[in-house]
Structure formats: structure tokens, C-alpha cells
Design a protein around this ligand. Structure first.
Ligand code: DQA
Length: 138
């Protein structure tokens, strides 16, 4: 099974960005752990701070992978364009968040992405990504 992780803005700073919310581990370190844990899964990874690049990556990944794990970060709460891109492709997408977005500021409670994805996982730290992998494996 081929799964593609797409991370949005500021997630390249994981490990040093607001560690009290997002933890101390860099995403590259965590990705290594995921790859070691799920050896049967071909895991690829893309990060961008730019909305249009995330949209192009969703188009690009369509038909090339079995599932997409998307943390659109702050674009979750603003981007109709990313929601439209998810609707436009065939590949199933799972939305993930490291923090529990429902336990934070009001503006984080709105996700434009939630209605157009297979499901959403929020609040389990970096383990949210592992739970998304597990969901695809089921
Ligand atoms: C986030 C939650 C978003 O509200 C925030 O803008 C992020 C990260 C998370 O993974 O918890 O950048 O998507």
C-alpha cells in the first residue's frame, strides 16, 4: 500500500515550534519511526508552506497512491481551494491534526476540509499520523 503524507505551513518547524502544543520531535524523525513501524507501507512525504503547492501535490498524488494523509495546518481553517482539490480527486484523504483543534481557539474549530475527507483525526500528538496509517490499513 502506498500512502502519501502532505504537511502544510509551519509543520517543517515541528520540534521547535510551540513544543508545549506540538511536542519536541521533528517530523523527519517521526517519519523514520513510522517507516520502521509500517514496513508493508510505502510512505512518501511532501511539505509546503504554500497553499497552491499543496493543491498541486494533491492533484499529482491522485492515482499514484492509495491514500493521502493531510495535515493542512492553518489552511484547514481557511482554504476552500484545498477543500475543492480534495473533492476533485479520487484518492481518499484522511485529515490529521497533532493538537486537539476543538480544545483550542474558536477559529480552529472550523475545518473546510473535514466535510470532504474520509475522516479526521485530531489531538493524539504525532501519533495522529500513525492512526491515519492504521485506518488505511484496515
Ligand atoms: C495543526 C492545527 C492547526 O490549527 C494549526 O494551524 C497548525 C497545526 C495541528 O496539527 O494540530 O499549524 O494542524
Amino acid at each position: 500500500m502506498k500512502l502519501h503524507i502532505i504537511n502544510g505551513p509551519n509543520l517543517n518547524l515541528l520540534g521547535r515550534r510551540e513544543p508545549e502544543i506540538y511536542g519536541n520531535q521533528s517530523f523527519n524523525d517521526y517519519l523514520d519511526e513510522l517507516k520502521q513501524k509500517y514496513t508493508s507501507v510505502e510512505l512518501s512525504y511532501f511539505h509546503s508552506n504554500i497553499e497552491g503547492e499543496i493543491i498541486s501535490e494533491l492533484h499529482e498524488a491522485d492515482d499514484n497512491v492509495d491514500g493521502i494523509i493531510l495535515n493542512a495546518a492553518a489552511y484547514t481553517h481557511t482554504s476552500i481551494a484545498i477543500a475543492d482539490a480534495i473533492k476533485a480527486i479520487e484518492t481518499p484523504v484522511i485529515e490529521v491534526h497533532i493538537s486537539n483543534v476543538f480544545a483550542r481557539e474558536e477559529f480552529r474549530k472550523r475545518s473546510y476540509i473535514a466535510p470532504v475527507v474520509l475522516g479526521s483525526i485530531s489531538g493524539f500528538g504525532l501519533r495522529s499520523y500513525a492512526l491515519a496509517v492504521e485506518s488505511f490499513l484496515d
